[in-house]
Ligand binder design. Structure first.
Ligand SMILES: Nc1ncnc2c1ncn2[C@@H]1O[C@H](COP(=O)(O)OP(=O)(O)OP(=O)(O)O)[C@@H](O)[C@H]1O
Ligand SMILES: [Mg+2]
Length: 308
């Protein structure tokens, strides 16, 4: 059945008709947030005064499954200021994706509270304050690359010209000019992930949630995209929350690295990285870089011993 999008961010723009399954990643139907009004009011005043992009307070999340309860996150608190680049690193299953999904309001905490851009996560989702690059590219096989990229722009009611212009610009940014009319299955996994990155950037959200976006790419492309992402972050002042399994990638990209323990995910260390914003890949050879990488390694090891 075709569904019409209910809300256009820009008044007077065209409406778009989409199949239900096309809308899911952008307009997921979600349960109500379980935060009290009082908790929201308190957090709002704190977050606004400090210009926090993300404010997570004592959040825990337990999944109820057929095999019993799964404690995914335990008492996590984290404040991310506007414009930071924060990486999450930790063993598989420690709750990194869950953390991003909470911030994106695709999941609700069992306890605790969180705010995104000074508002509830639900409000931030409805106002499309973030772009989300999923762990898998999540492209629609029946849409061409260009049409995949344009999907959020269509939903938001951008004009045809603007959609075309942005598709061209963001496909060029990820080195995919010339692939506009191909279908996702005609591209390699890495190329598909680059389309997904371009799609998340296309509507210029202040907050980017990126779940291992470069995990499937070869070293050279990954280095290139790391540098491009850094430049983009530097130029635009976006806030980026970035999940990775790579210590060098986390150290190279981040202003802050959040090291997590195995399930139930806890934060074992938060490490500040104060490299120049216009850094290049050469910093990976410097003693400062290696020192931070070592501290991340120690944090990961310490986290592992908790699990025993
Ligand atoms: N919808 C769900 N229902 C039940 N359990 C879930 C659900 N989503 C995640 N989990 C569990 O919560 C834990 C954390 O999962 P999550 O996907 O956040 O891990 P991760 O740190 O992103 O791992 P990876 O590095 O492998 O991507 C895992 O044990 C996972 O099995
Ligand atoms: Mg994950």
């Amino acid at each position: 059945m075709a569904l019409e999008t209910r809300k256009s961010l820009k008044q007077g723009r065209q409406r778009v008709t989409l199949r239900r399954d096309e809308r899911a990643p952008f307009v997921a139907p979600i349960e109500r947030l379980r935060m009290s009004n009082e908790a929201i009011a308190t957090l709002e005043s704190v977050s606004m005064s400090q210009r926090l992009a993300v404010d997570v307070r004592n959040v825990s999340l337990t999944f109820e499954t057929a095999d019993g309860k799964v404690d995914a996150l335990s008492n996590v608190s984290l404040q991310v200021a506007d414009g930071e680049f924060v990486s999450f690193i930790g063993p598989s299953g420690c709750g990194k994706t869950t953390m991003l999904r909470l911030i994106a309001d695709l999941q609700q905490p069992t306890s605790g509270a969180l705010l995104v851009n000074g508002m509830s996560a639900e409000q931030a989702r409805l106002e499309r304050r973030y772009g989300y690059v999923f762990q898998a590219p999540a492209l629609f096989p029946w849409r061409t690359i260009e049409k995949n990229l344009k999907l959020p722009l269509e939903i938001m009611g951008f004009s045809d010209n603007e959609q075309r212009e942005r598709a061209t610009r963001y496909l060029a940014l990820v080195n995919l000019t010339g692939f506009e009319r191909k279908y996702p299955w005609q591209l390699s996994g890495g190329m598909q992930q680059r389309v997904s990155i371009a799609r998340a950037l296309s509507f210029d959200p202040a907050l980017l949630l990126m779940d291992e976006p470069f995990g499937a790419l070869d070293e050279i492309v990954r280095d290139h995209l790391n540098e491009q992402l850094l430049q983009l972050w530097d130029k635009t002042g976006k806030t980026v929350l970035f999940v990775t399994h790579s210590i060098p990638e986390a150290v190279f990209l981040s202003t802050k690295i959040v090291v997590m323990s195995p399930r139930p995910g806890r934060i074992v260390d938060i490490i500040d990285c104060n490299f120049r914003r216009d850094r290049t890949l050469e910093i990976r050879e410097t003693p400062e870089f290696l020192k931070i990488a070592q501290r991340v390694r120690v944090g990961l090891r310490a986290g592992h011993s908790y699990d025993e």
